[in-house]
Design a protein around this ligand. Structure first.
Ligand code: HEC
Length: 266
């Protein structure tokens, strides 16, 4: 087995979760799963946007942005209280710790918030992957229908005359500033922006349609695949940013892995 194939085999065993002795987390009720997913999405958004907020020029604008992020943390706390398990209470204590720090300048806040997300995802079986293999052509079609008017025909941002109608304007989502995983971007379009023009698509698009769009965007940013690699399951792809894919499978591997993949769990 060459190196890539053995890495891949190791990765598949790891992601399967079905190896002997692997602890089986009890399934969540649909309501609790939705609540945990919303908590994760809120914390992801805070960890990404806190530093960006500090970089804004105008102090009242910074203050408003930080108070929006604080509201997001309060919403997470309310959901955790509703879940009501000891684990949720423990996470809530951590969220409240971040909440107390958010009004000041704290360069570790983003990292610490992200660490809470990682800890949640290690123990709570939140679905982070599509149920079926995403359909890139359908994603492209849906993007044109639901997103292009604001994000531009190819996702790189609208023409200036459209951009200036929004504050903040719709960014380039083909080449985002963050190393998103598809799951994180999926969450972002599920829940939308906080007090921005970015709508929530929780009702407007089915989960599979949202995955189709996200997988389309992640494939589209890369040049065509020239050196095909052993394919990954779409559940594994959903959890990995392009940075992690590059680290694991070599620079540029994403151009092939994002275009040609297997159904989830394969
Ligand atoms: C009515 C205009 C509008 C529509 C329609 C829209 N967006 Fe947005 N989107 C925005 C604006 C404005 C922002 C910037 C504010 C924010 O981040 O909340 C944004 C932000 C985003 C972000 C976060 C980008 C970042 O780097 O932080 C993602 C991802 C995104 N949009 C994806 C989509 C997708 C996918 C669709 C289609 C399903 C879509 N948007 C439809 C206006 C829109």
């Amino acid at each position: 087995m060459n190196r890539t194939a053995s890495l891949l085999a190791a990765a598949l065993v790891f992601s399967c979760g079905c190896s002997r002795g692997a602890p089986q987390a009890p399934a969540l009720s649909p309501g609790d799963e939705a609540a945990w997913n919303r908590v994760v999405a809120a914390l992801q958004q805070v960890s990404e946007e806190y530093r960006e907020a500090l970089e804004l020029k105008d102090p009242p604008v910074v203050e408003r942005r930080l108070s929006q992020l604080a509201t997001l943390l309060d919403e997470a706390s309310a959901l955790l209280a509703r879940i009501g398990t000891p684990r949720a209470a423990d996470v809530d204590a951590q969220v409240k710790g971040i909440r107390r720090r958010i009004a000041g300048i704290d360069y570790r806040l983003g990292e610490d918030t992200r660490a809470i997300v990682d800890r949640i995802l290690q123990v709570i079986p939140v679905r982070r992957a599509p149920e079926k293999k995403p359909d890139l052509a359908n994603g492209k079609r849906l993007f044109a229908e639901a997103c292009a008017a604001c994000h531009g025909a190819d996702g790189t941002g609208p023409p200036p005359e459209v951009a200036k109608r929004f504050d903040p304007p719709p960014p380039d989502i083909l080449h985002p500033d963050f190393n998103w995983s598809p799951y994180e971007m999926f969450n972002r379009l599920t829940y939308g922006g906080i007090e921005t023009a970015m709508p929530s698509f929780e009702e407007g698009l089915s989960p599979q349609e949202r995955w189709d769009i996200v997988f389309h965007l992640f494939a589209e940013r890369w040049p065509p695949c020239t050196k095909p690699l052993p394919k990954l399951g779409s559940d594994r792809l959903a959890a990995l940013g392009d940075f992690e894919l590059g680290n694991e499978f070599g620079y540029g591997a994403a151009s092939c892995l994002r275009r040609d993949f297997l159904a989830p769990g394969k």
